[in-house]
Design a protein around this ligand. Structure first.
Ligand code: MG
Ligand code: ZN
Length: 225
């Protein structure tokens, strides 16, 4: 695990503060790169298995006239990047080894190998984790936190830092809601307890329209025609 969890000694905490300050500068550099290339960038965060890669996959299948780039973050393997290759314009895998989050410098290096002038949207799929990815600005325009029906309704209360940072919370696998006794009203209330401004989008692999419409609205704002 990384040291940002706050379990370190005082000296370590000072080092981490420094790391976070450096990260802010790199994030600003990334944001300048996104803006100068007219790329809408989206940081996708959520637990392992919540449906982050699937959401990107569905987006690529639905918006075929949009050029999508993806940076995939995982501890190991390029399984997710392989899944998306051929469906997206450009896919880069970052393997973090021990680090349980992506930072702005990793993104900055990945951008060097991407055809930035050709991209409309860049998805950054963060490492599956509801804790420290929330602490690292990557320079993205939108932070999306995914919560699948299989995770239950209590996660926004248990991981408030992550949900507080979200611009949008996407509830995935909603087609399983009945089987799981998932209470949508309860989860929406829990999200609102920690974050009143986030958009809430309810979606599933088979029925992704609400997510696609949400995204189309964001594209229009970022890239006015
Ligand atoms: Mg994934
Ligand atoms: Zn971490």
């Amino acid at each position: 695990m990384c040291g940002e969890c706050g379990c370190g000694e005082r000296e370590e905490i000072a080092v981490h503060k420094h790391i976070l300050e450096d990260n802010v500068l790199k994030a600003e550099e990334n944001r300048r790169i996104f803006n100068s290339n007219n790329i809408l960038s989206i940081n996708v965060m959520g637990s392992p298995g919540s449906g982050k890669t699937t959401l990107i996959e569905v987006t690529a299948s639905s918006l075929t006239d949009i050029n999508i780039g993806v940076i995939e973050g995982d501890l190991e393997t390029s399984i997710d990047a392989e899944r998306l290759k051929g469906k997206c314009k450009s896919v880069v895998q970052i393997t973090t080894g021990n680090a349980c989050h992506l930072d702005a410098d990793m993104i900055n290096k990945a951008l060097e190998s991407m055809p930035l002038g050709e991209l409309d949207i860049l998805f950054i799929e963060n490492v599956g984790n509801l804790v420290c990815p929330a602490l690292y600005d990557l320079g993205e325009h939108i932070k999306v936190v995914i919560l699948s029906t299989t995770e239950g309704e209590d996660k926004p209360l248990k991981y408030p830092v992550m949900f507080k940072k979200a611009d949008a919370v996407v509830i995935t696998k909603y087609d399983l809601a009945d089987v799981l006794n998932f209470d949508l009203e309860k989860v929406i209330n829990n999200i609102k307890k920690v974050n009143k401004r986030a958009d809430i989008v309810v979606t599933s692999y088979k029925n992704p329209e609400s997510w696609i419409n949400f995204l189309k609205g964001k594209i229009k704002l970022a890239i006015p025609s």
